[in-house]
Design a protein around this ligand. Structure first.
Ligand SMILES: Nc1ccn([C@@H]2O[C@H](COP(=O)(O)OP(=O)(O)OP(=O)(O)O)[C@@H](O)[C@H]2O)c(=O)n1
Ligand SMILES: C[C@](O)(CO)[C@H](O)COP(=O)(O)O
Length: 229
């Protein structure tokens, strides 16, 4: 990995961890980031993964308003801020706490098993000169575009999967690129690279890892619990 995170000429790296979602699709009693994963919360696992990645980053966690005090207890020493109604708003809240960073990663709390190598690839690609970087994996399923129907959808076409990538987090940016992507306070997208693309910023893709999957549904949580047990 490149030299990162140190003052005195080296890049200072910050990681924003959006964790302010409610986890509707997961359907647990508590917000998704606070659900148990093998004895600690999904959020704690995620932050441990960032620390274990060895990128020496300043970490900013973004949580729902009512969980700020609890998060400070769970993660002493980590900066905790209040999130917004949409993921992009939560990222902007985190961005305000990253004043000194040259390289900023945005990493979903909901991807707690992301291996250290992925963080390294993303940081290295930003330091190598890419303004925006995402980890991506080839799509393995056969994809159909469908049309709505009265009793069943129908297939309009089979989509060529060869040029498609399923992208994950951490997504890495130069500070200037992430600020540009989020310059519009009303800008919303499912990921930060999407906002960067709209500004004409070129987004590079580095290899992701299947372990970086997002815990979205009960099925994902089952898999994650098996993997950590
Ligand atoms: N207003 C929001 C919405 C989402 N997130 C975070 O963004 C990441 C990716 O979002 P997703 O997995 O879609 O989480 P939820 O929005 O909680 O899921 P759902 O759509 O099922 O409610 C999660 O770590 C989530 O906590 C956030 O910080 N603020
Ligand atoms: C940011 C993200 O995790 C990248 O894959 C994703 O876009 C979050 O949005 P989702 O709609 O909850 O999958």
């Amino acid at each position: 990995m490149s030299e990162t995170g140190q003052p005195g000429g080296f890049a200072r790296v910050a990681v924003i961890v959006p964790a302010a979602g409610s986890g509707v699709r997961l359907g647990e009693d508590s917000p998704k980031a606070f659900v148990d994963l093998g004895g600690s919360t999904i959020l704690e696992r995620c932050v441990s993964g960032i620390i274990d990645a060895g990128i020496d980053a300043f970490v900013v966690v973004v949580v729902p308003a009512g969980l700020i005090a609890r998060t400070r207890q769970l993660l002493p020493g980590v900066t905790v801020v209040e999130g917004g109604a949409h993921r992009s708003e939560s990222v902007r809240a985190g961005l305000e706490a990253c004043a000194g960073a040259d390289v900023i990663l945005v990493h979903d709390a909901a991807r707690p098993l992301t291996p250290p190598e992925v963080f390294g690839r993303v940081v290295d690609a930003v330091l190598a000169g890419h303004e925006a970087v995402v980890p991506g994996l080839p799509v393995v399923d056969t994809l159909k575009r469908v049309l709505p129907g009265a009793d069943a959808e129908s297939v309009a076409e089979t989509v060529d999967r060869e040029p498609l990538r399923a992208v994950a987090t951490p997504q890495g940016f130069t500070r200037a690129a992430l600020l540009r992507a989020h310059a519009d306070d009303a800008g919303l997208a499912t990921d930060d690279a999407g906002l960067a693309e709209r500004c004409g910023i070129e987004v590079a893709v580095v290899p992701g890892d299947p372990l970086g999957f997002k815990i979205t549904t009960q099925w994902d949580l089952r898999i994650a619990r098996m993997l950590v047990s």
